[in-house]
Design a protein around this ligand. Structure first.
Ligand SMILES: [Zn+2]
Length: 238
Protein backbone atom coordinates (compact mmCIF):
# COMPACT_ATOMS: atom_id res chain seq x y z
CA UNK A 1 0.00 0.00 0.00
CA UNK A 2 2.93 2.36 0.63
CA UNK A 3 3.55 4.54 -2.41
CA UNK A 4 6.29 6.99 -3.30
CA UNK A 5 7.72 8.77 -6.30
CA UNK A 6 10.96 10.54 -7.08
CA UNK A 7 11.37 14.21 -7.88
CA UNK A 8 14.23 16.49 -8.78
CA UNK A 9 14.27 19.28 -6.18
CA UNK A 10 16.62 22.26 -6.00
CA UNK A 11 18.45 22.54 -2.67
CA UNK A 12 17.51 25.89 -1.06
CA UNK A 13 21.02 26.18 0.43
CA UNK A 14 23.30 25.54 -2.54
CA UNK A 15 20.94 25.35 -5.54
CA UNK A 16 22.11 21.86 -6.45
CA UNK A 17 19.46 19.73 -8.20
CA UNK A 18 18.88 16.62 -6.10
CA UNK A 19 16.76 13.52 -6.66
CA UNK A 20 14.54 12.91 -3.63
CA UNK A 21 11.96 10.33 -2.60
CA UNK A 22 8.54 11.85 -1.96
CA UNK A 23 6.24 9.63 0.05
CA UNK A 24 2.63 9.69 -1.15
CA UNK A 25 1.18 7.00 1.13
CA UNK A 26 2.82 5.55 4.25
CA UNK A 27 1.17 2.31 5.33
CA UNK A 28 2.80 1.51 8.66
CA UNK A 29 1.23 -1.95 8.91
CA UNK A 30 3.19 -2.97 5.83
CA UNK A 31 6.30 -0.90 6.61
CA UNK A 32 6.72 -0.32 10.37
CA UNK A 33 10.23 1.12 9.82
CA UNK A 34 8.64 4.00 7.95
CA UNK A 35 6.80 5.12 11.08
CA UNK A 36 10.12 5.60 12.90
CA UNK A 37 11.48 7.33 9.86
CA UNK A 38 8.52 9.72 9.80
CA UNK A 39 8.71 10.38 13.55
CA UNK A 40 12.38 11.34 13.27
CA UNK A 41 11.54 13.71 10.38
CA UNK A 42 13.33 11.69 7.74
CA UNK A 43 10.37 11.50 5.35
CA UNK A 44 9.64 14.33 2.89
CA UNK A 45 13.16 15.60 3.46
CA UNK A 46 15.82 16.73 1.03
CA UNK A 47 19.24 15.54 2.27
CA UNK A 48 21.52 17.42 -0.08
CA UNK A 49 24.38 15.27 -1.42
CA UNK A 50 26.25 18.41 -2.44
CA UNK A 51 26.23 20.62 0.69
CA UNK A 52 24.92 18.22 3.35
CA UNK A 53 22.06 20.50 4.47
CA UNK A 54 18.60 19.07 5.10
CA UNK A 55 15.27 20.66 4.33
CA UNK A 56 11.73 19.45 4.93
CA UNK A 57 9.62 19.35 1.78
CA UNK A 58 6.00 20.37 2.09
CA UNK A 59 4.32 17.66 0.00
CA UNK A 60 0.96 15.94 0.49
CA UNK A 61 1.23 12.75 2.53
CA UNK A 62 -1.28 10.09 3.56
CA UNK A 63 -0.49 8.12 6.73
CA UNK A 64 -2.48 4.95 7.27
CA UNK A 65 -2.34 2.62 10.27
CA UNK A 66 -5.06 -0.03 9.77
CA UNK A 67 -4.48 -1.68 13.16
CA UNK A 68 -5.00 1.63 14.97
CA UNK A 69 -7.80 2.53 12.51
CA UNK A 70 -6.05 5.78 11.81
CA UNK A 71 -5.92 7.76 8.58
CA UNK A 72 -4.05 11.07 8.63
CA UNK A 73 -3.75 13.33 5.63
CA UNK A 74 -1.17 16.12 5.53
CA UNK A 75 -2.00 18.76 2.92
CA UNK A 76 0.53 21.61 3.13
CA UNK A 77 -1.61 23.93 0.99
CA UNK A 78 -4.11 24.03 3.85
CA UNK A 79 -1.71 26.17 5.91
CA UNK A 80 -2.17 29.13 3.59
CA UNK A 81 -5.96 28.91 3.81
CA UNK A 82 -5.78 28.72 7.62
CA UNK A 83 -3.99 32.07 7.91
CA UNK A 84 -7.16 33.98 7.04
CA UNK A 85 -9.75 31.47 8.20
CA UNK A 86 -12.33 32.77 10.71
CA UNK A 87 -13.12 30.86 13.94
CA UNK A 88 -16.78 30.11 13.30
CA UNK A 89 -18.36 28.12 16.14
CA UNK A 90 -18.95 24.39 15.59
CA UNK A 91 -22.58 23.89 14.65
CA UNK A 92 -23.02 20.11 14.72
CA UNK A 93 -23.14 19.57 10.95
CA UNK A 94 -20.56 17.06 9.65
CA UNK A 95 -19.13 19.62 7.21
CA UNK A 96 -18.62 21.98 10.13
CA UNK A 97 -15.88 19.60 11.34
CA UNK A 98 -13.89 20.27 8.20
CA UNK A 99 -14.97 23.89 7.83
CA UNK A 100 -13.48 24.22 4.35
CA UNK A 101 -14.87 26.28 1.48
CA UNK A 102 -17.00 24.21 -0.90
CA UNK A 103 -14.82 22.25 -3.30
CA UNK A 104 -11.65 22.48 -1.26
CA UNK A 105 -12.56 19.45 0.86
CA UNK A 106 -12.91 17.17 -2.17
CA UNK A 107 -9.66 18.55 -3.57
CA UNK A 108 -7.69 17.91 -0.37
CA UNK A 109 -8.98 14.53 0.71
CA UNK A 110 -7.44 11.45 -0.92
CA UNK A 111 -9.25 8.80 -2.88
CA UNK A 112 -10.01 6.29 -0.19
CA UNK A 113 -10.08 3.24 -2.46
CA UNK A 114 -7.79 0.70 -0.91
CA UNK A 115 -7.01 2.94 2.09
CA UNK A 116 -10.54 3.11 3.32
CA UNK A 117 -11.86 1.44 6.41
CA UNK A 118 -13.24 -2.03 5.77
CA UNK A 119 -16.98 -2.33 5.27
CA UNK A 120 -18.87 -2.07 8.55
CA UNK A 121 -15.80 -0.81 10.39
CA UNK A 122 -15.87 2.72 8.99
CA UNK A 123 -17.42 4.37 12.03
CA UNK A 124 -14.39 3.46 14.19
CA UNK A 125 -11.78 5.11 11.99
CA UNK A 126 -10.16 8.38 13.01
CA UNK A 127 -9.94 10.49 9.84
CA UNK A 128 -7.90 13.67 10.18
CA UNK A 129 -6.91 16.41 7.76
CA UNK A 130 -3.76 18.34 8.81
CA UNK A 131 -1.72 21.26 7.53
CA UNK A 132 1.74 20.59 8.98
CA UNK A 133 4.42 18.01 9.71
CA UNK A 134 4.49 18.78 13.45
CA UNK A 135 0.73 18.31 13.67
CA UNK A 136 1.07 14.95 11.90
CA UNK A 137 3.74 13.79 14.35
CA UNK A 138 1.69 15.00 17.33
CA UNK A 139 -1.31 12.94 16.17
CA UNK A 140 0.84 9.81 15.90
CA UNK A 141 2.24 10.40 19.41
CA UNK A 142 -1.21 11.15 20.87
CA UNK A 143 -3.00 8.15 19.35
CA UNK A 144 0.01 5.97 20.16
CA UNK A 145 -0.36 6.98 23.82
CA UNK A 146 -4.08 6.17 23.71
CA UNK A 147 -5.19 9.82 23.90
CA UNK A 148 -8.11 11.43 22.09
CA UNK A 149 -6.67 14.29 20.04
CA UNK A 150 -9.83 16.40 20.39
CA UNK A 151 -9.68 16.35 24.19
CA UNK A 152 -5.95 17.02 23.94
CA UNK A 153 -6.55 20.18 21.88
CA UNK A 154 -9.03 21.48 24.46
CA UNK A 155 -6.55 20.75 27.28
CA UNK A 156 -3.84 22.63 25.34
CA UNK A 157 -6.16 25.62 24.91
CA UNK A 158 -6.94 25.63 28.64
CA UNK A 159 -3.24 25.34 29.55
CA UNK A 160 -2.30 28.20 27.23
CA UNK A 161 -4.93 30.45 28.85
CA UNK A 162 -3.95 29.43 32.38
CA UNK A 163 -0.22 30.08 31.89
CA UNK A 164 -0.93 33.46 30.27
CA UNK A 165 -3.19 34.50 33.17
CA UNK A 166 -1.20 33.20 36.10
CA UNK A 167 2.42 33.34 35.00
CA UNK A 168 2.59 35.77 32.09
CA UNK A 169 3.88 32.98 29.85
CA UNK A 170 2.57 33.18 26.31
CA UNK A 171 2.68 29.95 24.34
CA UNK A 172 2.59 30.44 20.61
CA UNK A 173 2.77 26.73 19.83
CA UNK A 174 2.33 23.54 21.83
CA UNK A 175 2.86 19.93 20.77
CA UNK A 176 2.53 16.70 22.69
CA UNK A 177 5.79 14.72 22.61
CA UNK A 178 4.82 11.80 24.85
CA UNK A 179 2.44 10.69 27.59
CA UNK A 180 3.62 8.18 30.18
CA UNK A 181 3.98 7.62 33.90
CA UNK A 182 1.04 9.91 34.69
CA UNK A 183 2.60 12.84 32.82
CA UNK A 184 2.19 14.54 29.48
CA UNK A 185 5.37 15.92 27.98
CA UNK A 186 4.67 18.98 25.85
CA UNK A 187 6.96 21.05 23.67
CA UNK A 188 5.99 24.72 23.86
CA UNK A 189 7.12 27.82 22.03
CA UNK A 190 7.05 30.69 24.53
CA UNK A 191 7.17 34.25 23.23
CA UNK A 192 10.20 35.35 25.29
CA UNK A 193 11.94 32.10 26.09
CA UNK A 194 11.68 30.14 22.84
CA UNK A 195 11.16 26.37 22.79
CA UNK A 196 10.77 24.71 26.20
CA UNK A 197 9.40 21.43 27.49
CA UNK A 198 6.55 21.30 29.94
CA UNK A 199 5.46 18.38 32.11
CA UNK A 200 1.76 18.30 32.95
CA UNK A 201 -0.13 15.81 35.09
CA UNK A 202 -2.34 13.43 33.11
CA UNK A 203 -5.07 14.23 35.62
CA UNK A 204 -5.87 17.37 33.67
CA UNK A 205 -6.42 15.32 30.51
CA UNK A 206 -8.34 12.59 32.37
CA UNK A 207 -10.72 15.11 33.94
CA UNK A 208 -11.35 16.84 30.61
CA UNK A 209 -11.92 13.44 28.98
CA UNK A 210 -14.55 12.41 31.56
CA UNK A 211 -16.30 15.76 31.23
CA UNK A 212 -16.26 16.16 27.46
CA UNK A 213 -15.89 12.87 25.61
CA UNK A 214 -19.66 12.34 25.28
CA UNK A 215 -19.91 15.70 23.52
CA UNK A 216 -17.23 14.99 20.93
CA UNK A 217 -18.40 14.49 17.34
CA UNK A 218 -18.67 10.91 16.06
CA UNK A 219 -15.65 9.31 14.40
CA UNK A 220 -15.75 7.85 10.90
CA UNK A 221 -15.94 11.29 9.27
CA UNK A 222 -13.20 13.71 8.22
CA UNK A 223 -12.25 16.21 10.93
CA UNK A 224 -9.68 18.97 11.31
CA UNK A 225 -8.56 18.81 14.92
CA UNK A 226 -6.23 21.61 15.93
CA UNK A 227 -6.19 24.75 18.08
CA UNK A 228 -8.94 26.24 15.98
CA UNK A 229 -11.15 23.19 16.64
CA UNK A 230 -10.70 23.73 20.40
CA UNK A 231 -11.61 27.43 20.16
CA UNK A 232 -14.63 26.66 17.98
CA UNK A 233 -15.77 23.93 20.39
CA UNK A 234 -15.41 26.19 23.43
CA UNK A 235 -17.22 29.07 21.69
CA UNK A 236 -20.10 26.79 20.69
CA UNK A 237 -20.28 25.35 24.22
CA UNK A 238 -20.54 28.89 25.61
ZN1 LIG B 1 22.67 21.75 -0.99
Amino acid sequence: MTRFHKEIVTCPFCASDEEVVIWDVLDVSADPDLKERLLTKRCQVLECQNCGEESILARPLVYVDPEARLLLVWRPELAEFEETEPDTPLDGRPESLLNLPAGLDAALLPQLDGLAPAEGDAACWRLRLLSGYNALLEKIHAFGAGLDDRILEIVKLALTARYADEEDLFFEAMHLLAARGGLMLLQVLERERGWQTLEISMELYDNAYDLLIERMPAEGQWQRIDGRFARRFVTAAG
